[in-house]
Design a protein around this ligand. Structure first.
Ligand code: PEP
Ligand code: MG
Length: 323
């Protein structure tokens, strides 16, 4: 599939009506990094850090993680890498962590909630990340933030580790950008200060959609009822983009839907200018965006919304067929 899009691999993604869209890739293993140059991605928009924790029988050591993260940054050859701190619980249960007896693990003690309540492992990971960067630019985001305070608290842990590293004589990152994943509808309505404080926001559409429609992302039967291009969900995306624009906060979308061409097209039409996806999706998504008139797609979406459609998909598909 990558072969098919080889001719546009090095082409910057600019829509026909002149909108620049950054296309990044998702990764979670060192073995994913060779896809960076071959896919034409402009960086790693989401590096999931769970796998190294899930495939061991005990918590990995700080030095081991620092070496791995450093290798990832080396392999990116100067392109940005956004590391996400540990997102465990729910569907990602550590074999050596005492299983929580929770009736609804997806709504339970997971991700940043674990990191804030029992900060030992998160702080070790933050140290590993700081050491791995060794003077290079660092981008880090915290998963599953549901309210402003959680972001501020997580950032305070990072600041503390930063001072500790400095006092130990370690090199600090050149620049440090600290972001939040927006994966719960509540965060879209957080105080304005949240959007001002965050250096960037990354929309975790897989979880955001599951919580927005109250439909388990793992349960095919209910998941399929709700289209990502449902006007309600697109309106939420629009709201998030507007709030980020008002505070001049960089916003991206890193859920699976970013890698589906028609979804990506609609997200771009709603104002998203950065999408992160699996490497094999970069070609097909770039292909549709290069030929797109985003202003026109936006008008199609708005007309469908005004007409009372439940999903804008039929209208957008019809528009693409006519074009
Ligand atoms: C998401 O929820 O959209 C996301 C990118 O994170 P994950 O799929 O790892 O939960
Ligand atoms: Mg998620």
């Amino acid at each position: 599939a990558q072969q098919r899009y080889a001719s546009i691999r090095d082409t910057k993604c600019v829509s026909e009506d002149g909108q620049r869209i950054e296309l990044m890739m998702n990764a979670g293993l060192m073995a994913d990094l060779p896809s960076l140059p071959t896919s034409g991605a402009e960086g790693v928009g989401l590096f999931r850090t769970e796998l190294q924790f899930l495939t061991r029988n005990k918590v990995p050591r700080r030095g081991e993680l620092a070496t791995l993260y450093s290798g990832v940054i080396d392999a990116a050859q100067g392109l940005p890498v956004v590391f996400r701190t540990l997102d465990i619980g729910s569907d990602k249960v550590l074999p050596y962590m005492k299983a929580q007896d929770e009736p609804n693990p997806a709504l339970g003690w997971r991700a940043i909630r674990v990191g804030l309540d029992k900060p030992g492992v998160m702080r070790m990971q933050l140290q590993a990340l700081l050491r791995a960067h060794d003077g290079r630019d660092m981008n880090i985001m915290f998963p599953f933030i549901a309210q402003m305070e959680e972001f501020l608290e997580a950032r305070a842990h990072l600041t503390r580790e930063l001072h500790r590293e400095a006092s130990l004589g370690h090199k600090l990152p050149g620049t440090l950008r600290i972001g939040a994943m927006l994966e719960t509808p509540s965060l879209a309505f957080a105080p304005r200060r949240f959007f001002e404080e965050a250096d960037f926001i990354s929309i975790g559409g897989n979880d955001l959609k599951q919580f927005f429609f109250a439909a388990d992302r793992e349960n095919e039967r209910v998941r399929r009822r709700y289209d990502t291009l449902n006007v309600s969900f697109l309106s939420l995306i629009e709201k998030i983009v507007t709030r980020c624009t008002q505070s001049d906060t960089h916003v991206s979308f890193c859920g699976e839907d970013a890698g589906r061409p028609v979804e990506a097209l609609c997200f771009a039409a709603m104002g998203l200018r950065c999408l992160s996806m699996r490497p094999a999706s970069i070609g097909p998504v770039k292909n549709i965006l290069l030929k797109a008139d985003l202003g026109e797609v936006r008008r199609v979406i708005e007309a469908a919304r005004d007409a009372g459609d439940q999903s804008v998909r039929p209208a957008v598909m019809e528009y693409l067929r006519r074009r």
